[in-house]
Unconditional design. Sequence first.
Lengths: 233, 397
Amino acid sequence: MPELLAALSPQDWQAILLTLKLCLYTTLILLLLGTPLAWWLSLSHSKLRTAVQAIVALPLVLPPTVLGFYLLLLLGPHGVVGGALEQLGLNHLAFSFSGILIGSVIYSLPFTVQPLLESFRRMGPRPLEVAATLGAGKLDQLFSVVLPLCRGGFIIAATLTFAHTLGEFGVILMLGGSIPGETQVLSVLIYDHTEAMNYAQAQQLSLGLVISAFAVLFIVYGLNRRFEREAAL
Amino acid sequence: MNNVISLFHRTARQGKPTLAAGQRAVPPAPAAPSVPAAPESAGLTLALTIQRGDFSLQINNTLPLQGVTALFGRSGCGKTTLLRAIAGLDRHAGATVQCGAAIWQQGSHFVPVHQRRIGMVFQESSLLPHLTVAQNLLYGFNRLAKHTPIQLQPEQVMQLLELTPLLQQAPEQLSGGQRQRVALGRALLSQPQLLLLDEPLASLDQQSRSEILPFLQRIASQTGIPMLLVSHQLDDVVKLADNLVLMQHGGIHSQGPLQQQLLQPELAAIGAMSLLHAKSSGSKHHLLQLSIGQQQLQLPAPLHADTASYSPTSYRLRIQARDVALSLTPLNDSSVSNQLQVSISGINPAPHPAETLVQLTLEGQPLQALLTKQSVERLELQIGQQVYAQIKAVALD
């Protein structure tokens, strides 16, 4: 093990840290955005809900290149968003960390929303009605009822989002390219190593990813089982 | 017959509430400043129109805010819908809900559930599963606004509902009846102006029901908090309610004191019975001495632990119309010892073609007797006639 770690180059380390940073930021942002969205989806009866649900699930079926392509158009120097930023004297978002962060947030959205939606539905409206009749306002209900009762859903949503961002490749390559320290995450670096025929280095990073991805998924499924048992009680 | 089911004195119910005595002058809940001051009203004023597919509900009534008021009717007649609208759990456009002086909904003004001073007990267990019994009990209490007058302390409620041994348990460890008791206690501790009970006994088996009924009676008699009880079980209603609101065909058919409402043909069709208010002068030889006006009754004194400590001065007697027989002269050679002089005030058909429901007046109180048509003809019973009623079985509350 020490030899394996020692063999990692500074560039590898940079990519590992960048990947972790991207995963962490994506997870935090998605928990903040995904909670109200999943909440709305669990309550709404409007026709809009079906459309929103389909949009949320789009990244599951679209090739990452399609998503990356449109984000590149949108966030790039001539895009609506990127262009507007340029006009304000700021930088456009293509080939930047902010750009791939936006890409990751969109790409991993279903992995946050789906488990949350599932746990909100399992909880049902009654605990919140009870809390409301006992004088708890909306925010109070979120902290005193929803978070503790849907703890399992939140943990699973966070882990899945983190793990899915870890495995992201297509969107980042399209939108971010491979700029060390900015957009060169592990999956991209492995691709670069392979292109350059550095199979040993590609192997090290790949194996590392396999092991950590397995560990994460193992934890998720373990938690899932535990929360299902708790819910059954 | 269950001659003695449970015994709780009703003195507090009919007179002043004991626990809340002197504190009932509750300041009105803060109404939004934009709303004009409401005219003083002691009742719960409701105006509500709902039309949803086959379901329709149209209410424009004022319900009493005193004692226990039962909302009684078939499943699906809108009882729960009405209760949820009162609580503010559902918001129906154009509805008006006014509780005493507090306007909870009118026009675009809507007080959210958590700002209404209500306590609600749901049909099925609704304890928050991640909290212990103690934490559940205090959930509402800990969220009271600073100026809320505290009428019930946690210790009082725990004692009243016998919850002390359960405090550290998790809801999943409790029986159905215990859960409802905790839910009741939790609702009471939120110091409600109004207690809303949505079929609180419906999910319980017979044994748990009979365990929890006395607690409901105790709350009604000792706290003085007005209760709205949704039920489709006439038995429960008759044991608990002071007033009965009969719901039918998507609206309120009639409302009034339970004693009068029991004469409604709709209720007589379910099981004709009467409710008599009697005064007690104590018991002699284990026989409870009761008087209704000038007339006396004797009933086996309830063997209830509570009777040793206090002797109630007034009782509610529930009498099935089936358990009342009539004779033209007093019977001296019968085993039935409770014989009362009554006058016939009505003779009406009963649901069964061979039977007749005879309405009687006993010292100003209504009493019903279910007789066969044949007997009525044989005795040549007439309205206005004085007869003797033999009462074979009485349930005491």
